[in-house]
Structures are given as structure tokens and as C-alpha cells.
Design a protein around this ligand. Sequence first.
Ligand code: PEP
Ligand code: MG
Length: 570
Amino acid sequence: MKLHGIGASGGIGIGTVVCVRARDLDYGKVPYSGAEQEKARLHQAVEAFIARTQAMADQVKARVGEKESEILSGQITMLEDPYMISQMEQAIDSGSCAEAAVDTVCQTFMDMFAAAEDELMRQRATDIGDIRTRMLGILLGVEEVDLSALPAGTVLAAHDLTPSMTIGLDKEHVVGILTETGGKTSHSAILARALEVPAVLSVPDVLEIVKDGMTAVVDGGEGEIILSPEQAQLEDYQARRAKWLGERELLQIYRDRETRTADGRQVALYANIGGVVDAQAAVHAGAEGIGLFRTEFLFMDRSALPGEEEQYEVYRQVSQMMAGKEVIIRTLDVGGDKGIAYLGMEAEENPFLGHRAIRYCLDHPEIYKVQLRALLRAGAEHRNLKIMLPLVTGVEEIRGARALLEACKAELGAEGKAYDGDIALGVMIETPAAVLIADLLAQESDFFSIGTNDLTQYTIAVDRGNAQVAKLYTVFHPAVLRSIRQVIAAGKAAGIPVGMCGEAAADPALIPLLLTFGLDEFSVSPTSVLSARKHIADWQEEDAARVTRGAMELPTAAQVEAYLKGVQGN
Ligand code: PEP
Ligand code: MG
């Protein structure tokens, strides 16, 4: 039997199901023993909660990492909040026992956070839910599920996986996770990914369907679960698991290494992110910086623009998480495939060629300046932020953005606010115009980053989202490869660094070419960091140069691709 859900942590897990069902937290029969007594019980429970959570946080810090442990320390901060505690005490004063006080106050906070527009705020609802359950467990003396003592080869099935449950998990014994709720960006999903346990979340009614002791296969990449597989199926998945484990094991040696070619040339290997949550994954994956922060995600799935403070807070958090490492933040890349309904942009006949990205922002300085001010301020402390402009086609766009940036600096200075006065301003090279005038753009920008996703579509005139022409969309087209070579050469001639943040940067077949052209920085998704580091380490300069010469002589995309993939297979 096959079930489907959200693949939240990749890989294949095969094992025996252990169901975690909710504990009985019914406090209906708990008597009210007076305000003094109930408040004393409340405070004892808070202390016990803090002690246990701190112990778990220390354990996670040692086993997983500092960032992951902050999810738990965050719960302590939430519960210690004087406002939260005073609300609980007020409930006790009006006749509630400690359990009822915790329950009602947590419920109110959960409802409030769950209704927030901001994804990070919504995630707090899960944390408060976790606090509520654990505080009730402590007050009622009901033991928490001991997930650290599960038998080897466990596939854990639960309604929801709370942060504290995930953290107690014994990674060696748990081979897969199934839940009825939760999404790709939930805290639990992040932790499951950090622990590298395959997880499929949001499988409807999974606790009704699975039984303790059943054999289950969890395919976290595909978001599939196979219950009681047949022998042939089981063997197939066993082979796939062995392959996944083998590859993962081999890649681990690259985690804390520098990124170097076989003959020692060092390049930068960064990660692409869409928000704070991904930044945690990037740090864990061993990225040396952030090569592309797609800020439009901050503007999507909401009903109004994020204000300066909200943006500042997000950029500041990422800057802090990456302190000592570079973070390239792309300004709002709206339009084309990236619609934002509440901006009320007019429907266009050719949206990819329309009023979008830097064009839209320069025409809306009232929107753009909010983002630029937030970025300038967020970079003040660690000085590691860089600003990148999307879809640039002409020098005047850099000048326009720079003028606004200078105006923002002057305003911030007059307001006495701290900002990074030396923040770098670079451009994405993702249009043929930008390629052809790369030498001119280089005179006025501090760095380049090649966006091959768009560069491919504009160079060969193939819509990147149109399935009818998908077979024509290829980065191996000689026009795209020549463009990449030309841009890197222009950056080198002007003495500015050139990176690549399009998907092509993670394609193993292209690595020899990018190394030979002299790319300074590869920016890939967090899950591709280790494999990119490995592929870069496989190449000697001389071999890469020979392969590049071979590829650049071929006349068609199909020939180039076959040649490069053939080389790679040897
Ligand atoms: C690109 O175009 O290559 C790129 C990295 O940006 P996006 O995919 O967000 O357009
Ligand atoms: Mg793009």
C-alpha cells in the first residue's frame, strides 16, 4: 500500500513502525487548591520545563548544531516572557487551576500566531503548542514519550512532530518519520533535515492507517510511503537506501573542507536561500556564504508589503547567522514568473519582457527605498551584506539604484541610524544585453553573479516555464556557454569577482567549464553544497581546460551535453 505526503527530508528509510499517540492530558478532574498553591505549582512546572529544555538544547548543540538548539532556547524565552506568565497568573487569580491557566493562555497565543501572515510567526504556533503539551505533562506528572529509547530501525509515526520530540530522537535508531501535519518549512522539517532522517509529513490520517510493528518504506525525496512492501519492492528500496547512504557517507568528508580543485585552486561555494529557514540549512550544509537571497519570498503569500522593520529583522538575522561570511541579497525580483497579487500590477502581454524586477523597483522608489534602507541598516553590525540588482539591462539602472542607495544613506545618517556605508552593489547578469555590455557594467558594479535560469531563457528565446518548449530550454546551448565565458572574462578584466547563482552552478557536467573560465564563486541550493564541493575537487585545471576546449568547439547543445556527460561518466 502506498501513501503520499510532503517529502520534507530526503533519502530512503526502511524499518518498523512505532506510533506515538497523544498522551492523556485531561485535567478536568484536577481540583483548584487556591491561588497561592496553584501559582507555586505553575512556577515549579516552569522551572522544570526550563531545566529540561535547557538540557535538551545543550544536547542538540553538541549533536546537531547551535542554530538548531536555538529553536529550543527560543521556547524558554517564550515561556519566560513576563507577559505570558502574568496572563497565566491572572487566570489562576480568577479561579483556574495551573493546568487550565497554561492551557487557555497557550491556546490564545497559538491562535494569535497561527493567524499571522508571516511564516516565521506562524511557526511560533507550533512552538507554543509544544510548550503547552509539555507543561501540561509536567503538571499532570504524565511522562513524555521517550524517543531516545526506541528500538533500532524505527519508522516513527505521529500526528505532529514537535520540536522537542524531534530533538530527543535517536538518529541512529530512527530511520524514518511520518506525520499527519507539518510542511516543508516547519521547524520539524528543518530538524529532520539537519538530522538527515528521511521524513514524509502531512500524510492524511496516517495514524489510523499504520499499525505498530508494520514494515514501512519512507521515501523522503518523493514524499511516498510504502506499507508492508512485497519482497521485490523491499529489495529495490534496500538497494536504493544503500546507494543513498553510501553517497551521503562519501560526501561527509567534504563538509568542513575548503572548496578546492584537485590541484589546489580555491573557489567560493555559497548557497541560495529564500529566507531565514533556508539560511539555517545553508549553514548546516557547510556553505561558505550566501550567493543569492531571493527576497521576493518575503513579499509573497501575504496581503501587504513588509515594512522596513520587518525586512530589517529578517536581513539582520541572516547577517548574524552568517557573521564573517558574505551574504548577497537580491532586491525585489517581482514580475514574470514571480507574481505578487497585492501590488496590483497590470496584466502584460509579455510579462517576462515587462515591467518587472529592477524596472519596477526604480519606478516605485517608495517601495524600493524601504528595502534599501532595511538592507543598509541590517548590514551595519557585521558588514557582510551585499546588494544585488536583478534583471539589469543597462548602466543607467545601476546608476538609478545607486542614487537611491545614496539618498537612503543620507536619510539614515540624518536620523542617526547605524548603517553600512560601504555596502557593495552588484548586478545579476541574466539578460543578453547585460552580457554584451558586461565590460561597461563592470565599471560601475562591485561584483557580478550570473543568473543562468533567466539568461538561458532570454538568450535562446525559450520561456523557462512553458512545457511546450521545455525540450529547447538548455544551458548547454553554445550561445549560453559563450555568454558565460564572456561575462567571466569581462569581470576578470575589470578586477571584480564573478559568481553564478543559477541552477547551472550545481550541474556537475558544467563544472570543468566554469573552473576553466575562471568563475570565482558557485552558489547552489543548500542540499547541493557537498556534492558541488566534491565535483570541484575532482578536477585538475589541465583536464578541465581540455574538456572545455572540446565542449566549446561543438556546434549544438545536444552534442555539448552528450560530450560533457560522457566525460563526467568516465
Ligand atoms: C536566475 O535567473 O538564474 C536566478 C538565479 O534567479 P531566479 O531563478 O530567481 O530568476
Ligand atoms: Mg532570474
